[in-house]
Design a protein around this ligand. Structure first.
Ligand code: AMP
Length: 417
C-alpha cells in the first residue's frame, strides 16, 4: 500500500472540525481589525525566498523543496508566506492608492526539516501582514491580536517573548561586538554554530544546544546596541503592550530564523510542546519591500503555526463534531423514496439528514443512527404513510412524538431548533 510521505499528514474528519473552528475564529478576528484576505500561490520562483529569507538561513540552505520544472526554471514550494505577500504587494502595486494594507492568508507551508512532534514537512500557518505603517502601535496591536486569539481559543499556557533586532544603522555594530565574543567562545560552540559564527552570527544566540546556551550566557545584548530611534521604537512597543494589558517578557536571545527582520521581533511560546516551543512568531521587516524592488514601505507581520496550535489548545475536536441532526429510518420502497426527498429538503434548510439506502431492518437502521450520533430519528414505514404522520424520536431523551407529513420539513425544523 502506498503511504503518505514522511513528515506529511492527513487531517481527517473528526480532527478537521477543530481546524475549521480555529480558522473561522482567525478570519473573523482579523477581519474585525481591518485585515483582508489574500490568496497567494504555493509555488514561487526559488529566487524570491533566497532573496528575502536569506541565503545563509537554515530554511534556504537546507529546508526548501526546490526543483526545476519541465523548462528548467527553479521553483520552490513556499516555506513561508511573507515573501509571497510582499511580492504580490509589489507586483500588483497594492500600495498605489494607499500604501497601508492589512492582509492575511491561511494555508500550507513546506520545509524539509527533521520530522518530530510539532515539526512537519507540510504545516499550516495563519499569516497577517501590515504594510505602510512604522508606528510601534501596530507592532503592539499585532501582539495584542495574538494574545486575544490565543485566549479566545483556550490556548492559555503561552507567553509573548519580544525583542528588537535594531536596524541597518545599529545592527552592524552589534554584529561586530557579537563576532568578537563568538571568536573568543569558538571552542565551546556546536558545529552548526561554528559555521553560523561567520555567516549568520545572530543565529548563534538562539541555538538550543546546552553547551551553546552556556557559552552564550554573557554574550552582548542587542538591546544595549540599539540606536536612539530603535530604542525609542522598542520602548513604545513595550509601553503600548502594558497599556493593552498584554503580559510579555523581553528576550534578548530572540532572533528568529529569517534574515529580513528589523526592530521588533516576537514569539508566542508555550511550555506544553517540548522542544518546538514557538506557536507563533513575527516581527518587523522594514527593508524587505524595497529590497524586493518595491517602494520604501515599512511592514510588520506574524505567522501562527496551526499544527502546533491544535496540539496545545485545550479545545477538543469532538466538541466541534458535526453529527447528523436527523437520521431517517425508512422501511419499504415508498417510504425510502419519500425519505430521500426529505433528506434533500433538509439539506437545503441546513439540517444534516442521513438515511440508509440498503433497505435494512428498523433495528439495524436505529443502530446506525446511534453510531452516527444522530440527534433525532424519523421513523417512516407503511403504517406511518397510511396515518400521514412519522415518528420522531429524540435519541438523547428517548422521547417519541408523531409529526404530520403535511409541512414535515418545517415542523421538524421548528422542533430541533
Ligand atoms: P516561522 O515562519 O519560522 O517564523 O514560524 C512561524 C510558526 O510556524 C512557528 O511558530 C510554528 O508554530 C510554525 N512552524 C514553523 N515551522 C514548522 C514546522 N516545520 N512544523 C510545524 N509548524 C511549524
Amino acid at each position: 500500500m502506498i503511504q503518505l510521505i514522511r513528515g506529511f499528514k492527513d487531517i481527517l474528519p473528526g480532527e478537521v472540525e477543530l481546524w475549521q473552528h480555529i480558522e473561522k475564529t482567525a478570519r473573523s478576528l482579523l477581519e474585525s481589525f481591518g485585515f483582508k484576505e489574500i490568496r497567494i500561490p504555493i509555488l514561487e520562483h526559488a529566487e524570491l525566498f533566497a532573496r528575502s529569507i536569506g541565503e545563509d538561513t537554515d530554511i534556504v540552505e537546507k529546508e526548501m523543496y526546490t526543483f526545476p520544472d519541465r523548462k528548467g526554471d527553479l521553483i520552490t514550494l513556499r516555506p513561508e508566506a511573507t515573501a509571497s505577500v510582499v511580492r504580490s504587494y509589489i507586483q500588483h502595486k497594492l500600495y498605489a492608492k494607499d500604501p497601508v494594507r492589512k492582509l492575511y492568508s491561511i494555508g500550507p507551508m513546506f520545509r524539509r526539516e527533521r520530522p518530530q512532534k510539532g515539526r512537519y514537512r507540510q504545516f499550516y500557518q495563519i499569516n497577517a501582514e501590515v504594510f505602510g505603517i512604522d508606528s510601534p502601535f501596530i507592532d503592539a496591536q499585532l501582539i495584542f491580536l495574538l494574545a486575544v486569539f490565543f485566549k479566545k481559543l483556550s490556548a492559555t499556557e503561552v507567553k509573548a517573548h519580544i525583542n528588537s533586532l535594531g536596524c541597518q544603522i545599529c545592527r552592524p555594530e552589534f554584529k561586530e561586538a557579537l563576532s568578537v565574543f563568538l571568536l573568543a567562545a569558538k571552542e565551546e560552540l556546536c558545529s552548526d554554530c561554528r559555521r553560523r559564527r561567520e555567516r549568520n552570527p545572530l543565529r548563534v544566540l538562539d541555538c538550543k544546544v546546552p553547551s551553546c546556551r552556556l557559552a552564550m550566557a554573557d554574550a552582548p545584548s542587542i538591546l544595549d546596541h540599539l540606536c536612539p530611534e530603535c530604542s525609542r521604537h522598542f520602548e513604545a512597543v513595550k509601553h503600548a503592550l502594558e497599556k493593552f494589558k498584554v503580559s510579555f517578557v523581553v528576550d534578548k536571545r530572540l532572533v528568529r530564523g529569517l534574515d529580513y527582520y528589523t526592530r521588533t521581533t516576537f514569539e508566542i511560546q508555550t511550555g506544553s510542546l517540548g522542544a518546538q516551543n514557538a506557536v507563533a512568531g513575527g516581527g518587523r521587516y522594514d527593508s524587505l519591500v524595497k529590497a524586493l524592488g518595491g517602494p520604501d514601505q515599512p511592514a510588520v507581520g506574524f505567522a501562527i503555526g496551526l499544527d502546533r496550535f491544535v496540539e496545545m489548545t485545550d479545545l477538543k475536536a469532538k466538541d466541534f463534531a458535526q453529527n447528523p441532526d436527523i437520521f431517517i429510518a425508512a422501511l419499504g420502497e415508498k417510504s425510502m423514496s419519500m425519505a430521500f426527498d426529505w433528506a434533500c429538503a433538509f439539506g437545503l434548510e441546513g439540517i444534516i439528514a442521513e438515511l440508509d439506502f440498503a433497505g435494512k431492518s428498523l433495528k439495524s437502521q436505529m443502530k446506525r443512527a446511534d453510531r452516527l450520533g444522530a440527534k433525532h430519528v424519523l421513523i417512516v414505514g407503511e403504517k406511518e404513510l397510511e396515518e400521514k404522520a412519522v415518528i420522531m424520536r429524540n435519541m438523547t431523551t428517548k422521547e417519541q412524538l408523531s409529526v404530520p407529513l403535511d409541512n414535515l420539513i418545517k415542523a421538524v425544523k421548528d422542533k430541533i431548533s
